[in-house]
Design a protein around this ligand. Structure first.
Ligand code: PGA
Length: 242
């Protein structure tokens, strides 16, 4: 399975010029770059081979929903991927599994590729991997409830342990691989065996090899380290060789 690398810029950088310069730092083929909404079109124009992703989407295509962006608007802006259910949105914006489920359904229906983020907090990880698996299984079931009408290549699951995000403490690649295997098995009960499962949480140029070398890990979602052009180039070089 071809692996993918996703750059989640979160609420960075502060202007379009910086965004374009980051996006053009390399060829970035096979990479999904996810800038803030306001830079999507500039980044789309700037990249040659990278795909562009949004960091969120709403569940209606048009209407009285102040502040929201619809799947159709993203499609019309040349966006091909959308990240849904990131833990920062689950915690700061109080996004529920029910909301995430509607976003995933509408995103897929619009023809966007969805990167659905799941992952446990530290209290659950401290109880052991079987509790992590139970938690992630519950999230997947809730977030994908009733959603069957899509092709496996339209969905990517990002396993991101919440405690590993932005903390500088990446998961142990063996533990992450165990959870990835579990997620793949959970999805295999449906007809979606080919869904990619990628790892996210403090990935950098020093640790990416240990993750993407694992058979169960189909790529990486990089946050903080994707904002440093030199560091992300290194990550990309490793990914390309991988
Ligand atoms: P990080 O973020 O690489 O800064 O830990 C990953 C993410 O939140 O997607």
């Amino acid at each position: 399975m071809k692996k993918i690398l996703v750059a989640n810029w979160k609420m960075n950088p502060t202007n379009a010029e910086k965004a374009v310069s980051l996006a053009k730092a390399e060829d970035f083929s096979g990479v999904v770059i996810a800038p803030p909404f306001s830079f999507l079109e500039d980044v789309k124009k700037a990249v040659k081979n990278a795909e562009v992703g949004a960091q969120d989407v709403f569940w209606e295509n048009v209407g009285a929903y102040t502040g929201e962006i619809s799947p159709e608007m993203l499609k019309n802006a040349g966006v091909s991927y959308v990240i849904i259910g990131h833990s920062e949105r689950r915690s700061h914006l109080k996004e529920t599994d029910e909301m995430i489920n509607k976003k995933v359904a509408k995103g897929l229906a619009a023809g966007l590729k969805v990167i659905l983020c799941v992952g446990e907090g530290l209290n659950i990880r401290n109880q052991g991997i079987s509790e992590v698996e139970k938690f992630v299984k519950h999230q997947l079931a809730a977030d994908l409830k009733g959603i069957n009408n899509f092709k496996a290549e339209q969905l990517v699951i990002a396993y991101e342990p919440v405690w590993a995000i932005g903390s500088g403490k990446a998961d142990n690649p063996d533990s992450a691989a165990t959870v990835h295997k579990f997620i793949k098995k959970a999805l295999a009960d449906t007809d979606k065996q080919e869904v990619k499962v990628i790892y996210g949480g403090s990935v950098n140029s020093k640790n990416i090899t240990a993750f993407i070398d694992k058979e169960e890990i189909d790529g990486a979602l990089v946050g903080g380290a994707s904002l440093d052009a030199q560091e992300f180039k290194k990550i990309y070089e490793i990914f390309k060789r991988g």
